[in-house]
Design a protein around this ligand. Structure first.
Ligand SMILES: Cc1cc2nc3c(=O)[nH]c(=O)nc-3n(C[C@H](O)[C@H](O)[C@H](O)COP(=O)(O)OP(=O)(O)OC[C@H]3O[C@@H](n4cnc5c(N)ncnc54)[C@H](O)[C@@H]3O)c2cc1C
Length: 399
């Protein structure tokens, strides 16, 4: 194992893998690698993981279980049992799994929730702890600044509490989120079109009733290019928010949210709302990166645009991407080969097979909706697609 505890370390340290970014993608990759006995250093520039919160935290139970995470009260705000899809014209489709599949979903003996709203601060810290307990070395307030080639390996520069440290490694996992720099350092094409970047804003509120469902409101009246939401947050709190695509409207996300709360068909529900927190951030509703690897490097999570382009959900896909990244590197080390791009390409193949092909399919559905010029028709298509996506007999495998 590494010995990084001496703050004055200036000599070159070595580790099998450096994971940059300790969100769901990075922590999962680091845990997987550490469990297999590899030395791994995970770094995050934040001093508190998941903070400030830029996420509604909705994730399916299946996504957690599939990625070896027990749904733990430590990070769960509220259980979720289904969806209600609305379009603002009076149409609504409840998809309540408590009623659709009462033998499986609900409360009581032998039944489970469909998913959860998690607290991203506590969830990210939980995942980080799991990675450390598996044996990963982990640094907070540690910003990766760049890397350079060194023989078959690379040396990563990391500013840790202001001191620049050099860490030699075989492979870097770039899990540094939406504004990823790691891919850029490697010369990968990471540009995201403004028409595919959702600006999201949400309020944590008291005084808004919810009933265990994720409520999604489609239609350009509410959220041009995206959708609005009301999610249960536990303890009588709710999340009320929306995401818009800037070129589709002259107004800001804040103006749209203000209207949604004060003037929309749901405004009666918000009359007693008291705002407790304001959160925001960007979500890539884009295609996955066409190339997610380079010499000594792979990208995963938001950094590789592993986000469901229809729902904007990125927790499940970050967890799965992290798993695939970790497993790929384990297999790669078994082969005892060098780490040029052509050797790293297998990561993308493995990812496409596990989740990526499904994400490309969803991206094409999303693109077809927003390529329609007739805005009425566009709204109808989005509403139908959401209803279809979340229904039990959807043609889509949920990601
Ligand atoms: C408002 C909003 C609501 C959302 N709601 C949901 C939801 O309900 N459900 C859902 O599934 N998804 C949701 N998402 C999307 C989800 O939050 C992301 O897709 C998910 O966090 C991606 O995980 P990640 O591990 O790839 O990246 P991140 O969680 O962004 O983690 C990246 C980490 O990298 C670190 N980092 C960056 N650069 C460096 C560097 N140079 N050195 C060291 N560390 C670095 C960052 O500090 C950060 O901790 C939402 C997003 C937003 C903005």
């Amino acid at each position: 194992m590494l010995a990084f505890h001496n703050k004055s370390v200036t000599k070159l340290e070595e580790t099998d893998v450096v994971v940059i970014g300790a969100g769901p993608a990075g922590c999962t990759a680091a845990r997987k690698l550490a469990q297999a006995g590899h030395s791994v250093l995970i770094v995050d520039k934040r001093q508190e993981l998941g903070a400030p919160i830029q996420c509604s935290g909705a994730v399916s139970r299946h996504a957690l279980i599939e990625n070896d995470i027990d749904p733990d009260p430590e990070f769960i705000h509220e259980a979720v049992y289904g969806f209600k899809i609305m379009n603002g014209k009076g149409d609504e489709t409840p998809i309540d799994y408590r009623k659709l599949k009462p033998e499986t979903y609900g409360t009581g003996e032998g039944r489970n929730p469909l998913g959860y709203v998690v607290d991203r601060r506590r969830f990210d810290r939980y995942l980080y702890t799991r990675a450390q307990r598996a044996g990963a070395e982990a640094w907070l307030k540690a910003e990766a600044l760049g890397y350079e080639k060194s023989g078959h390996d690379v040396v990563v520069s990391i500013s840790h509490f202001g001191e620049v440290k050099k860490v030699k490694t075989k492979v870097i996992v770039g899990a540094d989120g939406l504004r990823s720099q790691v891919g850029k350092w490697a010369g990968l094409q990471t540009h995201i079109k403004i028409t595919e970047l959702a600006s999201c804003l949400q309020l944590i509120v008291d005084g808004v009733e919810t009933d265990g469902l994720l409520e999604l409101i489609t239609g350009r009246q509410t959220a041009p290019g995206g959708y609005g939401w009301v999610f249960p947050k536990g303890h009588g709190y709710a999340e009320v928010g929306l995401g818009i695509i800037a070129p589709y409207t002259k107004r800001t996300a804040q103006q749209h949210l203000d209207d949604f709360i004060k003037k929309s068909f749901l405004s009666h529900r918000f009359r007693k709302a008291k705002i407790l927190e304001v959160q925001g951030g960007g979500v890539p509703l884009a295609a996955p990166l066409k190339r997610q690897y380079a010499d000594n490097l792979i990208l995963t999570g938001d950094a590789a645009r592993h986000v469901n382009p229809i729902t904007g959900g990125g927790i499940h896909t970050a967890l799965s991407g992290g798993m695939v990244a970790g497993q790929f590197i384990i297999d790669h080390f078994h082969e005892n080969s060098t780490h040029e791009a052509r050797r790293m390409a297998g990561y993308q193949d493995a990812w496409l097979e596990a989740v990526g092909n499904q994400m490309w399919k969803l991206y094409k559905v999303k693109r077809d909706i927003f390529n329609i010029n007739d805005l009425e028709r566009q709204d109808e298509m989005l509403y139908d697609t959401m209803r279809n996506y979340f229904s039990p007999d959807s043609e889509f495998k949920k990601v």
